[in-house]
Design a protein around this ligand. Sequence first.
Ligand code: PLP
Length: 260
Amino acid sequence: MPDADLPLVLCLSGLDPGGGAGIAADLLALADQGAHGLPLISVLTVQDSHTVHETRTVDLALLERQWRCLLADLQPAALKIGLIDAAAQAAWLARRLAELPAGLPRVLDPVLRAGGGTELSHPAGEAALLDLLPQISVLTPNLAEACRLSGCTEREAAAAALLARGCAAVLITGGDVGGAEVHNSLHQQGRPSRHWRWPREAETFHGAGCTLAAALAGRLARGEPLESAAETAQRYVQARLRRARRVGGGRRIPGRGPLS
Ligand code: PLP
């Protein structure tokens, strides 16, 4: 029998060879929550600490074999989905998600544009992402992504539009917006929205969004209720941004992993 005290989180994310974002961020952030990540790579990237230069979608037939092989043996307690860069990949994922238990927490971090400015999405991919929403428990866009996906221009309207597309909750982050504080908000059908304001660190980071979404998936996998998990994950990201490390000439990455 697998160890019950180590919940598994299936991650479908891109590979950043610089180790700042994507699957590398997921695995470290999950380990920091006491969860074990199962890394499935959706997209390979050519990338440095400044931005993404090239992407290559992983072969769907291979992904399908990895998915089936894994799920025949291992039972995830949550899913974290990151960079999906092809409509066909999103459509495949929609079919696979439909086979999973309805109550399994599924966190989707929509990655539309790298912090360095490179577009990582296109209209067909965005439409396919929206079609995934009825199967998603928590969507974690930043404000720009929430507006772009919903077609709305402000936070509450964007959240309402995304909930209307079928996801159970939306956690909108404000790291991409200026101001002395980072304003994050959790929106759910039929419940009052929750708002958090965190002191803003003086710079922008690489991999902060992936770290938050993975930490949230880890907390949900551990059985923490959504509002509490959302707060714990934000607190973790804040703490790790304060310990951010420079690994190249570009943006710093969150200081994940064991505290030394
Ligand atoms: N590369 C991969 C594989 C990602 O998943 C992401 C974001 O999720 C990025 C690059 C961009 O990260 P950031 O916008 O934090 O630089």
